[in-house]
Design a protein around this ligand. Structure first.
Ligand SMILES: *Cc1c(COP(=O)(O)O)cnc(C)c1O
Length: 385
């Protein structure tokens, strides 16, 4: 390993070599970052370290993958350059098939699935909270995949993962769960029978709104999983090592962040319930939410940091309320430490199934009383208009 030169080289050579490679790590408590795109061969021409080239084997990326695999009780995890890249990898690796997907789901993925016929897939959209609809959409022997998202964006519809997994497996289909909103702190879809779990790591996993990344984790090394891995390694939709390092840092506080964000979201949801400007509060933690009982079983540590409000005054009131807040930032995305408010229909655009009176709230780590007061002040103004 020690390749310090045995004779004196010119300064330019010494500088280029940066004092050699493969030196033993220090006793640092903080993970070191491995920026290398290539790794040294052994004296016998082998690669005993397992690290050959940065696209496939970067050690910092692998460290974040191991963290995610542990958190999801998975055999293996894979990181991608974005959540969309992770999700698309599943659909593209799948041989042409019939897919059942939820009507209420992340908009970007819904748009992707609307043109999945390019890859030979046929997609049926169903209300995933209604098992009878799922059952009648399934074509035994023909359906290859059920895609679920729970709680789903932006209505927070809850899917019974074990019931859907049971239906899927009996029909010979696999289940992939987009668990971006639940995070591994609140739900482990693989434990409930899903085959693959997907995350936009851009959201809670990283948690600081400074990395775009995606993850997949699998219960086993299935044929589909190995195809996805080959595709990622060959097509190269990988995550950079610095982003992986930031993600590793974010993951270290995931549990604390998500539990606190869930507590704050529950408090804000309850306090907004009776507000005269608010027609409905959508949050799986509220007892009258249609998916509450399933969520209570599937999400034992909290109901998440996301909620939506439907305003009595319609789209205009929703947009005005978002414009009047001072503490909440008006932006898309979610899962960061700063609270965000968004008029969701505006960003989804034409053809969006999102109600236009809906405001999506991502609860951050500010004091929940400050967050509530700021929203309530804005809503109070509406009722006086
Ligand atoms: C953001 C998001 C995605 C897409 O992830 P990117 O990292 O933005 O590519 C997929 N699913 C859900 C539920 C999301 O919120």
């Amino acid at each position: 390993m020690d390749d310090r030169p045995s004779r004196r080289f010119m300064p330019r050579t010494l500088a280029t070599r940066a004092l050699g490679v493969g030196r033993p790590p220090s006793t640092a408590l903080t993970p070191s970052i491995d920026m290398s795109t290539t790794y040294a061969r052994d004296p016998d021409n082998g690669y005993s370290s397992g690290h050959v080239y940065g696209r496939k084997d970067n050690a910092t990326v692998q460290q974040a993958e191991r963290q995610i695999a542990e958190l999801e009780h998975a055999r293996d995890a894979m990181l991608f350059g974005s959540g969309m890249a992770a999700a698309a990898a599943v659909f593209v690796a799948l041989p042409p098939t019939h897919i059942v997907a939820p009507r209420d789901m992340y908009w970007g993925l819904r748009v992707w699935l609307l043109s999945a016929h390019r890859y030979g897939h046929e997609v049926s959209f169903v209300d995933m909270s209604r098992l009878d609809e799922v059952r009648s959409a399934l074509r035994p022997g023909k359906t290859g995949l059920i895609w679920i998202e729970t709680p789903s964006n932006p209505l927070w519809t809850v899917t019974d993962i074990s019931a859907v997994a049971d239906l899927a497996h009996r029909a010979g289909a696999m289940v992939c769960a987009d668990s971006t909103v639940a995070t591994p702190v609140l739900t482990n879809p693989l434990v409930f029978g899903a085959d693959i779990v997907m995350h936009s790591a851009t959201k809670y996993l990283n948690g600081h709104s400074d990395v775009v990344a995606g993850a997949l984790a699998s219960a086993d090394r299935s044929e589909l999983w190995l195809r996805i891995k080959d595709m990622r390694d060959q097509q190269g939709a990988v995550l950079g090592s610095f982003d992986a390092w930031l993600l590793t840092r974010g993951l270290r506080t995931l549990d604390l962040r998500v539990k606190e964000q869930s507590r704050s979201a529950a408090l804000i949801a309850e306090r907004l319930l009776g507000h005269p400007a608010v027609g409905a509060v959508l949050y799986p933690g509220l007892p009258d939410h249609p998916g509450h009982a399933i969520a209570a079983r599937q999400m034992p540590n909290g109901f998440g940091g996301m909620l939506s409000l439907r305003l009595r005054g319609g789209a205009a009131a929703a947009i005005t309320a978002a414009a009047q807040v001072q503490l909440w930032r008006r932006a898309t995305s979610f899962g960061g430490i700063e609270s965000l408010v968004e008029h969701r229909a505006s960003i989804e655009g034409e053809g969006s199934p999102c109600p236009d009176d809906l405001l999506r709230l991502s609860v951050g780590l500010e004091d929940p009383n400050d967050l509530y007061r700021d929203l309530a002040d804005s809503l109070d103004l509406l009722t006086r208009m």
